[in-house]
Design a protein. Structure first.
Length: 180
């Protein structure tokens, strides 16, 4: 008896285990250049972290995190993105990047994204918009995508808003917008 190929492929995908790796896409707002008068050099770190690591980063704050002697970036094995005037395209950390294998060994619960944007004294450290933690969800079959936008004072997660109206669905363009 022959088993149909689609059934075999689906079975393998469903029973090979959880996929808790994410594709992380980081983009920079065009407002950065207007806000700062030039395009600043900004570092953005991405890491899959445990609850205790996330709490440690929240308590230390952005300035201390980016201090060269803090050592936490190396310990977390954060992937650093450097954005500067010459390199303003999107950065993509693929779901199949080798670092995911390393991060998976510690059973992470959140994905941390943190940006070295200038400090705004009116912001309390507990509500600092320069870092973002996204709770990881276990998923079978498909990796998930997290889209991040770096703005002059904050980083934001963007979510799919659907398709633009007045376009044929075959030519539709998906938009990414700030969640409400």
């Amino acid at each position: 008896m022959k088993i149909p190929i689609p059934f075999f492929v689906l079975s393998v995908l469903l029973f090979t285990g959880c996929v808790s790796q994410y594709k992380v896409v980081v983009d920079f707002s065009h407002d950065l250049q207007r806000h700062f008068g030039e395009f600043p050099t900004i570092e953005v770190d991405i890491a899959a972290v445990t609850d205790s690591e996330a709490n440690e980063v929240r308590q230390m704050g952005v300035e201390q995190y980016f201090t060269p002697n803090s050592g936490i970036r190396e310990r977390l094995q954060a992937q650093t993105v450097f954005f500067k005037l010459e390199e303003r395209g999107s950065f993509v950390l693929p779901s199949r990047a080798p670092v995911w294998q390393t991060w998976q060994q510690k059973d992470p619960s959140e994905i941390m994204v943190i940006a070295s944007l200038p400090h705004d004294p009116s912001i309390t450290p507990q509500a600092d918009p320069r870092f973002l933690f996204v709770r990881m969800a276990r998923s079978y079959v498909f990796a998930r995508t997290i889209n991040i936008l770096v703005e002059p004072r904050s980083i934001k997660r963007l979510e799919r808003s659907g398709f633009r109206r007045n376009q044929d669905r075959s030519q539709a363009v998906q938009q990414w917008v700030e969640p409400r």
